[in-house]
Design a protein around this ligand. Structure first.
Ligand code: GUN
Length: 295
C-alpha cells in the first residue's frame, strides 16, 4: 500500500484564504482588524524565525500585528508588565508569548497572566481546563493540535470509536491533542518515554500521531497497515548530500512508513503550516467574540 499524502501546506493555504475573506468582510462591516501581539524574550534564532513568520502571515490575511522583542535579561516583573499592557489594549485581540522563555522566568506565571479571552495559544490553565472538561465550550483550541484535527477532518479520517495513539505528552502538543481527540470520540492512548512496548502500542493505532522530537523514531513495523500517521516532529539532521549540510525530518521514518500507512503527513509541508493558520483562526475568533460581546 502507498499512503495518501495529507498536504498540510495546501490545507493551510485554503484556510488562510478563508480567513482573509472573513477579515475583509469584518472590515467592510466597520469592525476593527483583528490584532495579534507576539512577545519574544531573548535572541533564540529559531524563535525569531517563528515569530517573524507569524507577523508575515497576519499581514497576508489583513490582520494587524505588533511584535514586542525584549532582551534576555528582562525580569519576570517587566514581562508581566508588558502582558498587562497588552491585556488592556483594545487593538490587541490575541497575545502569544513565544516559548521557551529564559530559565529565570516562570513561564506558568506569565501564561497565567494573559487575559483568557486573548489566549490564542490556549495555554492558560483555565482554557486548558475548559478543553479537558466534558460539556464545556473551550474558547480556543491550541494551534498545533487544532491543525492536526483540521487535517484529519479535511481528509475525512473517522475518529469516533477509532484507536488514536499520541506519542508524546507535551503541554503544547501531546496532552492538548489527546484532549481534542477524546472530544472527537476517539479512544485515546498517550504513549511516552516510559511506555512499555511502544511499538506494539503504536501498532494498535488507527490514527497514530508522533510528537516526540526524535528524528525518524516511528518505523514501518510500528504502524498498522492502512493507519493514518500524523507527524508533528520537525527535526534538523546532518545530511552531507544536502547543499546546506542538513535537512528536516519528522518523528516518522517517512519513506518506509508511507509504504504501509493509509495516509501520512510529510515533513516539511504537513502539520507545520497548519500551526500558523490555526493561530490566525484563533485571533479572528477572539476578535469576533470581542465584537459580539465587548468586555
Ligand atoms: N514555541 C514552540 N511552539 C510554540 C507555540 O505553539 N506557542 C508558543 N507560545 N511558543 C511556542
Amino acid at each position: 500500500m502507498t499512503a495518501t499524502i495529507l498536504d498540510g501546506k495546501a490545507i493551510a493555504a485554503r484556510l488562510r484564504a478563508e480567513i482573509a475573506t472573513q477579515v475583509a468582510a469584518r472590515g467592510a462591516a466597520g469592525a476593527a482588524a483583528p490584532g495579534l501581539a507576539t512577545v519574544l524574550v531573548g535572541d533564540d534564532p529559531a524563535s525569531a524565525v517563528y515569530v517573524r513568520n507569524k507577523h508575515k502571515a497576519c499581514a497576508e490575511v489583513g490582520m494587524h500585528s505588533i511584535g514586542i522583542q525584549l532582551p534576555v535579561a528582562t525580569s519576570q516583573a517587566e514581562l508581566l508588565g508588558v502582558v498587562a499592557e497588552l491585556n488592556a489594549r483594545a487593538d490587541v485581540h490575541g497575545i502569544l508569548v513565544q516559548l521557551p522563555l529564559p530559565a529565570h522566568i516562570d513561564a506558568l506565571a506569565v501564561i497565567s497572566a494573559i487575559d483568557v479571552h486573548k489566549d490564542v495559544d490556549c495555554l492558560h490553565p483555565e482554557n486548558v481546563g475548559l478543553l479537558a472538561q466534558k460539556g464545556r465550550q473551550p474558547r480556543f483550541a491550541p494551534c498545533t493540535p487544532a491543525g492536526v484535527m483540521h487535517i484529519l477532518q479535511v481528509a475525512s479520517i473517522p475518529l469516533a470509536g477509532a484507536n488514536a495513539v499520541v506519542l508524546g505528552r507535551s503541554n503544547i502538543v501531546g496532552m492538548p491533542l489527546s484532549l481534542l481527540l477524546v472530544r472527537a470520540d476517539a479512544t485515546v492512548t498517550i504513549a511516552h518515554s516510559r511506555t512499555r512496548d511502544l511499538a506494539a502500542v503504536c501498532r494498535a493505532a488507527d490514527v497514530l500521531v508522533a510528537a516526540v522530537g526524535v528524528p525518524e523514531m516511528v518505523r514501518s513495523d510500528w504502524v498498522k497497515p492502512g493507519a493514518t500517521v500524523i507527524d508533528v516532529g520537525i527535526n534538523r539532521i546532518a545530511d552531507p548530500a544536502a547543499k546546506s549540510g542538513s535537512r528536516l525530518v519528522g518523528d516518522v521514518a517517512y519513506a518506509e512508513v508511507a509504504e504501509r500507512a493509509g495516509a501520512i503527513t510529510p515533513v516539511p509541508g504537513g502539520v507545520g503550516p497548519m500551526t500558523i493558520a490555526m493561530l490566525l483562526s484563533n485571533t479572528l475568533r477572539a476578535a469576533e467574540a470581542e465584537t459580539k460581546e465587548p468586555r
